[in-house]
Design a protein around this ligand. Structure first.
Ligand code: SF4
Length: 697
């Protein structure tokens, strides 16, 4: 099926086995003082899973190039030795690996960071313009001499990469990092040989590419170029084209097309961004390259792709050479092998939540994955089969239960999964109805396919009883959560429903009041007001953000068809109400502003500071507002999103009864996820607990 994706190609001197690149991801493993073991295990699994080429997370070319304290620096602190081990692991699995040459510039989060002499870390940039997230750290403007030395640092780093054994290097010149900062009139206010007009602003990128190319003539050299900065007043399309015209004669082997700056207010990688949204920018770069005197330079598309069938659609016409995916390799290290085998049903799909990856990376915490809690912990939780297979029963088929069941089955245990509902997925099955979250269904589908493949028994519509479980060697209890019911006069009226009912069955036409504006309330409102059709949403996205959205892949993949029908009429007012805290509280830092912003764009009324919910009547929800006044919120329907509570569990005595019975019978057991603590439940914690529980059993 994936004829083009599967075809070998060359990238400069490299012969690569397929056209899938694992894009650069900063994991935090790069600085672990373990001789490179964890990093090697992480990369080895992805290379063994068939990816053609891996690009490392950014490796700083000097101390002051680091993005934060958890960035490795070439030649410092044992980084070269660690990467040598990682590179060898990739090579042993038949893959190739490029080192990303990185300089954060003003994007360094230097708070608490010291240089190798113990002094506070200097942050440098083309001009002394701080980044809001840098907590007041104003970068030092590089002198002209220092700019020249920074160019040399890039070349020295490339030589170091070669000595380590890397197959090539990728120069990071996108996403608003230093090279990109030099190019943009927003961040380069200089008036010397490195700035002052567009030609001089491009000079830094040109000199870096020239220096790196001549430093490593026998390696693949690529650049990660910004297809569009998505920053008002930044580099124009014509200037991007002009930069390419400058760079192409310098012997580049490839261009990987990035999009947006970290401080851009246009969403780029959140779940609400349509699949393949940024391909038009890669295609534009490719057209410039093909029309140039160097049409052989490879162009690699990236961002917001989760499925290699999309990759096939993208590469099919030959304009682009390869696709780079990043987060999907956290979700499934076997993404390539499974896809090339035609087993798309087995691919554990990245759901674009950012909760265990980007949201952690930006605060310097170790990166993992919500749907694959082993990600980044391959060494601690090895994949090898158990030597003592057991009967393992898992109670609950939500995210935590599925994570437990899949890991136990992979390790060779005899797994039985019990789900009281008629379908698997729990909260994920509900989330899949929310526009942009359709991939939640794909990860559930993948878990089911893997359990079936590995001979696990799955009982649906069947709550496990104590009797069912007494013969087990080990039980994981993950019955999950149920919507919290509000105690309010009128809460039992027929037009009042839980978010579960709303997402499952839809909401009839009319005005809607959503009680609770946390993550679920915000998602439920999006469900009410946004089209389930990704093609329609993509057009709206393009218009809202004034960007080009390619139609190539959107809506191609059947799993993205609308999960449920909605019948809200255009113009039906939706009001989201919240007592205290911010709307979307609980949604991760990189996604909350998008989740809330899309509601404001859609005309959803957001009413915060509600002092009290008073009563529900036909047609209205009565509240005491922030001024203490009683007021009616129009509501033909009321959807309650007031948090969650522990599911009562599979037995008449609930989880606690089951635990007592298992304890009395001496059956090993663990309670995980929302059943352990519904108040602070978060899916990352739940799946992680599930994995850890299985490994303890
Ligand atoms: Fe994808 Fe979420 Fe996993 Fe990040 S944590 S890789 S966004 S599924």
């Amino acid at each position: 099926v994936l004829r083009t994706v599967a075809s070998p190609w060359t990238l400069g001197p490299l012969h690569l086995r397929n056209r899938v690149v694992m894009g650069s991801m900063h994991t935090g493993l790069e600085v672990l003082d373990d001789g490179g073991a964890a990093l090697a295990a992480f990369y080895r699994e992805r290379a063994a899973g068939g990816v053609g080429c891996i690009v490392t997370g950014g490796i700083a070319i000097s101390d002051e190039a680091r993005g934060g304290p958890d960035f490795a620096v070439f030649g410092a602190g044992g980084a070269d030795e660690r990467f040598r081990v990682a590179v060898e692991a990739v090579h042993e699995e038949g893959g190739a690996v490029l080192a990303q040459l990185f300089h954060a510039g003003r994007y360094a989060l230097a708070s608490g960071m010291v240089d190798r002499h113990g002094r506070p870390q200097r942050v440098v940039a083309p001009s002394a313009l701080p980044w809001a997230a840098a907590r007041g750290v104003v970068p030092t403007e590089l002198t002209a001499d220092e700019v020249g030395r920074t160019v040399e640092d890039f070349a020295a780093a490339a030589r170091a990469a070669r000595a380590i054994g890397f197959d090539g290097v990728e120069i990071m010149a996108s996403e608003g990092y230093l090279v990109n900062q030099f190019q943009s009139p927003l961040t380069n206010l200089r008036d010397d040989e490195w700035g002052g007009d567009a030609v001089r602003r491009r000079r830094f990128a040109v000199e870096v590419v020239r220096a790196v190319r001549s430093a490593v003539p026998d390696l693949a050299v690529t650049i990660r170029l910004s297809g569009a900065d998505l920053m008002p007043g930044s580099t124009t399309e014509d200037e991007v084209d002009a930069l390419m015209q400058d760079l192409l004669p310098l012997g580049l082997d490839g261009i990987s097309v990035g999009i947006g700056w970290h401080e851009s207010r246009t969403p780029t990688v959140q779940a609400a961004v349509p699949h393949g949204a940024w391909l038009a920018y890669a295609a534009r770069v490719a057209r410039v390259v093909r029309a140039s005197d160097h049409p052989e330079v490879r162009v690699i598309a990236s961002n917001r792709m989760t499925d290699l069938r999309d990759g096939e659609a993208v590469l099919g016409d030959g304009l682009l050479d390869a696709v780079a995916l990043a987060r999907p390799f956290l979700a499934d290290p076997d993404l390539v092998r499974r896809s090339l085998d035609g087993r798309f049903d087995l691919v554990n799909t990245c759901i674009g939540c950012n909760q265990a990856c980007l949201d952690r990376s930006i605060v310097g915490a170790p990166v993992s994955c919500l749907v694959n809690p082993r990600a980044g912990r391959e060494l601690a939780f090895p994949a090898r089969p158990t030597t003592a297979p057991k009967r393992v029963d898992v109670v609950g088929g939500g995210p935590a239960g599925l994570a437990a069941a899949v890991d136990a089955a992979r390790r060779g245990h005899r797994v039985t999964l019990w789900e009281a509902d008629r379908a698997l997925g729990g909260q994920f099955a509900l989330a899949a109805a929310i526009p942009g979250k359709e991939d939640y269904a794909a990860t559930v589908r993948a878990a089911r396919a893997e359990l079936d493949d590995r001979g696990a028994t799955v009982h649906l519509g069947r709550a496990a009883t104590t009797t069912d479980l007494l013969g087990s060697d080990a039980v994981v209890l993950a019955p999950g959560v149920v919507p919290r019911v509000v105690d309010l006069p009128g809460a039992d009226l027929p037009h009042v429903m839980s978010y579960e009912t709303a997402l499952r069955d839809g909401v009839p036409p009319g005005t809607v009041a959503v009680v609770g504006g946390g993550g679920i309330g915000v998602d439920t409102a999006a469900f009410l007001v946004e089209s389930p059709d990704e093609v329609v949403r993509a057009a709206a996205f393009a218009e809202r953000w004034d960007v080009d959205v390619a139609a190539d892949v959107i809506g191609d993949v059947p799993q993205r068809l609308p999960a449920s029908d909605r019948s809200l009429r255009p113009g039906d007012q939706v009001t989201v109400l919240r007592r205290s805290g911010r709307f979307g509280q609980g949604v991760g830092i990189t996604s909350r502003w998008v989740a809330v912003g899309r509601l404001r764009d859609a005309g959803v009324r957001m009413v915060g500071g509600v002092q009290e919910y008073l009563r529900i009547e036909p047609g209205a929800l009565w509240i005491r507002d922030e001024d203490g006044l009683e007021r009616a919120v129009p509501a033909d329907h009321v959807v309650v999103c007031a948090g969650q509570e522990r599911a009562s569990g599979p037995d008449t005595d609930g989880v606690d009864g089951l635990v007592a019975a298992l304890r009395a019978a001496g059956v090993a057991h663990e309670v995980v996820g929302g059943a352990r603590d519904a108040r602070s439940v978060d899916a990352v914690r739940a799946t992680s607990e599930a994995l850890e529980a299985v490994r303890r059993l």
